[in-house]
Design a protein around this ligand. Structure first.
Ligand code: TXA
Ligand code: MG
Length: 306
């Protein structure tokens, strides 16, 4: 599949999947309500969960957002293109299907040649992760095909570099708040805009600011749990994701403290566990000082299911 073909499909009101640096997205024209409806239908996505608008040029944000604070420009300067999504006040013209009726809109510029080339041709695209709702986000084209079959147009960009969805930060309140942790950490953000940034995803029982938080994403069929000290590492139906160990076996993946690699492979491992019939995925505790800790811990905790 070539970018030109995906461009044609999207211009004709269809949907197509494309790689980004985080995960694969399922794209539709951000100004075409019936095309966007196809995304919700294909994914089985609840209609109260809003979408991220993906742009290829910074100026495009003005078609969607207004009253943009200085902090937003500082973050754009520091991190775009890249895995940071900004929630801003939305213009009235923005379609309700994009924002699920909220008065805010989420925007990001992906750091991926294929994604940027596509968006240059089509204009801004809404793109949720290209998975069925409740399945792990896709980090390879084959994952998208697993979920949607061969009929869906997919641009293949090999494995995605980061493997976890973008950091989402809300800039519409007096104090900015991180709604979803990602590869851009709170510390990195604080360095750019100063002050203390709240991480509101730590309160899953409160009414979430970001509707996506209330849904149990990232859930494989296998039971996911943290490895306990006294666990035997020879359970026959378990896949082990270990931070550091000298053990070797075919079902043990060792990351030697390389959390970038764990993040990159995590969803693929979840899918592998399902395909190969592992009953459990056991994950060794993460280094809490690592910049990916928050994002990884969030996804793994959700996969564990509480
Ligand atoms: O890395 C990513 O962000 C990927 C790639 C494809 O770009 N996209 C992605 O989209 O993860 P999705 O739809 O799976 O997740 C979007 C998240 C959801 O949690 C949603 O609730 C939140 O962003 N969101 C979207 N618009 C929002 C808004 N106006 N206010 C608060 N949260 C919003
Ligand atoms: Mg998703």
């Amino acid at each position: 599949m070539k970018v030109e073909k995906a461009t044609k499909i999207i211009r004709n009101g269809g949907i197509a999947a494309f790689p980004t640096e985080t995960v694969y997205g399922l794209g539709a024209d951000a100004w075409n309500a019936s095309a966007i409806a196809k995304i919700f239908e294909a994914k089985g996505r609840p209609s109260d969960n809003p979408l991220i608008v993906h742009v290829s040029m910074v100026d495009e944000i003005h078609a969607f957002a207004f009253d943009i604070p200085e902090k937003a420009y500082q973050l754009i300067e520091a991190f775009w293109p890249g895995p940071l999504t900004l929630v801003l006040k939305k213009k009235p013209e923005v379609l309700d299907v994009v924002t699920a009726g909220l008065n805010t809109v989420a925007l990001r510029m992906p750091d991926h040649d294929i994604a940027l080339e596509l968006i240059k041709q089509t204009g801004p695209l809404v793109a949720p992760s290209a998975n069925h709702s409740g399945k792990p986000s896709p980090t390879k084209a084959v994952h998208v095909i697993e979920d949607f079959g061969e009929e869906l147009a997919v641009l293949d960009g090999n494995s995605t570099k980061i493997g976890l969805e973008s950091t989402v930060i809300d800039l519409t309140d007096v104090f900015p708040a991180i709604l979803r942790p990602g590869a851009i950490s709170r510390k990195q953000i604080e360095k750019v805009i100063g002050g203390f940034i709240e991480e509101s995803f730590f309160h899953p029982l409160e009414k979430p600011k970001s509707p996506g938080q209330k849904y149990s994403h990232y859930k494989p069929k296998a039971t996911v749990r943290w490895l306990e000290e006294n666990d035997s590492t020879e359970l026959p139906y378990a896949l082990y994701l270990l931070q550091n160990t000298t053990l070797t076996a075919h079902n043990i993946c060792v990351y030697n403290g390389n959390l970038e690699q764990l993040a990159q492979e995590l969803y693929d491992r979840f899918r592998q566990a399902d395909l190969e019939g592992y009953k459990e995925v056991l994950i060794q505790q993460l280094d809490a000082n690592h910049s990916l800790f928050s994002a990884l811990n969030n996804r793994i905790t959700k996969a564990i299911g509480h």
